[in-house]
Design a binder for this molecule. Structure first.
Ligand code: PEP
Ligand code: MN
Length: 357
């Protein structure tokens, strides 16, 4: 494929300042829920309102969105709050309905972008459409499949394109609902530096407590925007209730984000490097202290004829600390490696004590 050149996805009046925020409920449930949430978001300066009108559900029988009726509610949102609206499209019919009702921005969901037939159908239905279109990563961690979806839309003449990183499906749901695998969006950015990138911390984390740290990580990796699920009453949401926040909390999370420039001066850097040196010194001292205590435990175990390795104690240490680390925005795998290395050395030192004459 020839190199792709993209046009800005910014709608008039939407600031390019990072992060560009899209917020709103997972699904449009009722007219009242849509209007209440939208007004609260508009009052907090949100410019683009998201709501799922057609919901892809894992099991049949779960709430599947307000359907075309909900499109009228989105028109009310535009009229009464001045916000732009965005929704997910998964079929040609969704595209024509969304266009007919004047939805401002469309996105392709993760299940759909994993299916080239479905993406092609949407691309064909979008020919001649000048709205910004965002493409979520496919649920499986396949960068080529994601790029394939971008290319299908590009070939249909769509130039106002952007992507959404929403994490990847995995059987390991201990921490994330969808594991971030940050190297995949980072590689996408390396290949297409001008393609706007959004992060969806709601679907990555699956829990509201993780939204702030995942958002911060994405800003540190220079993402352009965030799409966050926000509901006037998250606990009673009809879908994805654990990963939605009230407009108030959303506002709080966004205001706490630290947005750094890409360029730091060398002067700033040397100050920061000094801080890193200090922290590394403290780290070594702390680890050494931990080893001393561990040797004392070794002496106790020797005197009481106990085994060195106590598996339940170790899993407690591991699990508790990994969860804590994730809350601070540290990748769980990384924390696990660090703890395992420390634990291994600790066991080695205790064995030394036990075997000492
Ligand atoms: C959504 O945005 O509500 C949604 C269904 O997301 P995804 O396609 O990422 O699962
Ligand atoms: Mn959702």
């Amino acid at each position: 494929m020839e190199t792709m050149e993209f046009e800005s996805i910014l709608l008039p009046g939407v600031d390019a300042k990072r992060p560009i925020v899209i917020a709103g409920p997972c699904s449009a449930e009722t007219e009242e829920q849509v209007m209440t949430t939208a007004k609260q978001l508009a009052d907090r300066g949100i410019k683009i309102f998201r709501a799922g009108i057609w919901k892809p559900r894992t099991r049949p029988g779960a709430f599947e969105g307000g359907g075309s009726e909900g499109l009228k509610w989105l028109q009310r949102v535009q009229k009464e709050t001045g916000m732009y609206t965005a929704t997910e499209v998964a079929t040609a019919k969704h595209v024509s309905e969304a266009i007919k009702y004047g939805v401002d921005m469309l996105w392709i969901g993760a299940r759909t972008s994993a299916n080239p037939f479905a993406v092609q159908e949407i691309a064909d239905a979008l020919i001649g459409c000048n709205k910004p279109i965002l493409i979520k990563n496919p649920i499986n961690p396949d960068l080529d499949l994601w790029i394939g979806a971008i290319e299908r839309l590009y070939q249909a003449g769509i130039r106002k394109l952007g992507v959404i990183h929403r994490g990847f499906s995995s059987s390991d749901k201990k921490i994330y609902r969808n594991i971030p695998q940050w190297h995949i969006p980072i590689e996408l950015r390396r290949r297409y530096p001008t393609l706007p990138m959004f992060c969806d911390p709601s679907h990555i984390g699956g829990k509201r407590e993780l939204i702030a740290s995942i958002s911060q990580q994405s800003m540190d990796m220079n993402f352009d925007g965030l799409i966050i699920e926000s509901h006037c009453d998250p606990d009673s949401a009809w879908s994805d209730k654990d990963q939605q926040v009230t407009p108030d909390i959303l506002d709080y999370i966004i205001n706490l984000l630290v947005i750094r420039d890409e360029q730091q001066t060398t002067e700033n850097l040397s100050e920061l490097r000094k801080q890193i040196d200090d922290i590394d010194d403290q780290l070594v001292e702390t680890i050494a202290k931990r080893m001393r205590i561990s040797r004392e435990i070794g002496t106790y175990k020797k005197e009481h004829n106990m085994q060195v390795l106590q598996a339940t104690r170790y899993s407690e240490i591991l699990e508790g600390r990994i969860n804590q680390a994730v809350k601070f925005g540290i990748e769980g795998d990384c924390m696990q490696k660090i703890l395992e290395a420390i634990h291994e050395e600790s066991v080695r030192q205790q064995i030394e004590i036990i075997n000492a004459k």
